[in-house]
Write a protein that binds this ligand. Structure first.
Ligand SMILES: NC(=O)c1ccc[n+]([C@@H]2O[C@H](COP(=O)([O-])OP(=O)(O)OC[C@H]3O[C@@H](n4cnc5c(N)ncnc54)[C@H](O)[C@@H]3O)[C@@H](O)[C@H]2O)c1
Length: 373
């Protein structure tokens, strides 16, 4: 999508004026990163919880705090809005931000359904603004390097993959009212947690063709799933097995891709650097060929900083969004297909996810609690 930046002239002279909406847990990462950027100024923050935006603003040296996003926009001309609100609000808030003329940086998951995401991308196109999505596991020098090697065919053909998000969230975590409910969180651990590694896997392996999945509620007192399992078949023919869980005491996020020349692995929790990656050549691969796969000397860790650096470089110049923040729908499509598969007890083809409105309308699926004994 090519979008012209009719504010490029302003941008050359003045820092980008930013607002952070939703000042809970993840907003801190946005504020800390933005504060380090010389050509960005955080003008205001908003949060509907009484006092929360003011406290956040004071902690981060932000001059204005509001209890309503509308009041914030009425008072300031904003160039970029960061949506750090619960996911159910993202679509409506993005539409408002685009109508104001701002670009939007939205936390994962970008929306609770593909239909809502369509509304957001349509509003961005209409306003000539960009929608950057925060799937920060895509960032960092290792991912960039591995992706390039996979795309070039240097690793040969991808064959088998594992994609595991084995996290632990206790009952207290689900005391936050918007969590664990279809209406407000939109899904369970697949949509809220597993989507990060699923997104990274798809960033590395490209387009997908088929998904089959099951949703389980084994332990937590929630409406959504606390475990899901599934299979993704990519258009390359690679087959991936996926497990998502909030019941796993030794937490890990990992991906393993076996190609006909190597096993590529990343094993981390919430972020990775080069020490988290391992490449094991297959028998018969020469030492010199394997040496050519070595990670680059200039290391960039994954994270919000890496992502926002690239996004703002694009926003400042009016260039295309970087690959680390573009394609907001890819992971949401796979996740939607996992839920649809659980709902229908069927294999879901991508062609159906693209074309059938009922599969784009949300994740809600019956999750039967497993009975003991
Ligand atoms: N990228 C990551 O690693 C990462 C990590 C954590 C959370 N997240 C995502 O970030 C988003 C927020 O998660 P969180 O853990 O920070 O949640 P949180 O509950 O800690 O914070 C959300 C804040 O938004 C406020 N809010 C709700 N509705 C609002 C509205 N209409 N206007 C203004 N403020 C409003 C709430 O009062 C709350 O303070 C979610 O989409 C979540 O999935 C991403």
């Amino acid at each position: 999508m090519t979008i012209t930046n009719d504010r490029a002239g302003d941008i050359a002279d003045q820092p980008l004026r930013v607002a952070i909406v939703g000042t809970g847990a993840v907003a801190r990462l946005h504020a800390q990163t933005l504060q380090e950027m010389p050509r960005v100024t955080i003008v205001a923050a908003a949060d509907t919880l009484p006092g929360r935006a003011a406290e956040f603003a004071s902690a981060h040296g932000i001059p204005n705090a509001y209890s309503s996003f509308d009041d914030l926009l009425a008072a300031h001309k904003i160039d970029v809005v960061h949506l750090c609100t619960p996911p159910g609000g993202h679509a409506g808030q993005a539409v408002i931000a685009f109508a104001h003329g701002a670009h939007v940086v939205v936390e994962k998951p970008p929306a609770l359904s593909l239909a809502d995401l369509d509304t957001m991308t349509d509003a961005a196109t209409k306003a000539g603004r960009r929608l950057a999505v925060v799937f920060q596991q895509r960032t960092g020098s290792a991912v960039r390097h591995i992706r390039k090697l996979l795309e070039s065919g240097a690793f040969g053909r991808p064959l088998v993959a594992l994609c595991q998000t084995l996290w632990y969230r206790d009952d207290d975590y689900f005391e936050v009212p918007w969590r664990g409910r279809w209406e407000t969180e939109g899904g369970g651990t697949t949509l809220s947690h597993g989507i990060h590694q699923i997104d990274l896997l798809a960033h590395l392996l490209g387009d997908w063709r088929l998904v089959q999945g099951q949703l389980w509620r084994l332990e937590r007192d929630i409406d959504t799933e606390d475990v899901s399992t599934g299979t993704i078949v990519f258009t390359s023919g690679a087959v991936a097995s996926v497990v998502n869980s909030v019941l796993s005491p030794r937490e890990t996020s990992n991906i393993r891709i076996d190609t006909d020349k190597a096993t590529i692995e990343v094993d981390h929790l919430y972020g990775h650097d080069h020490t988290n990656w391992r490449i094991t050549p297959a028998l018969g691969v020469s030492e010199s060929e394997a040496a050519g796969w070595a990670l680059p000397a200039d290391e960039v860790q994954s994270g919000h900083e890496a992502l926002l650096d690239e996004v703002y470089a694009a926003l400042e110049t009016g260039g295309e969004l970087p690959a680390v923040a573009d394609h907001p729908a890819r992971a949401l499509e796979i996740v939607s297909a996992l839920y649809a598969s659980g709902r229908e007890n069927a294999v879901i083809e991508r062609t159906r996810i693209v074309s059938e409105p009922e599969l784009r309308g949300g994740m809600r699926a019956p999750v039967t609690p497993l009975q003991q004994g």
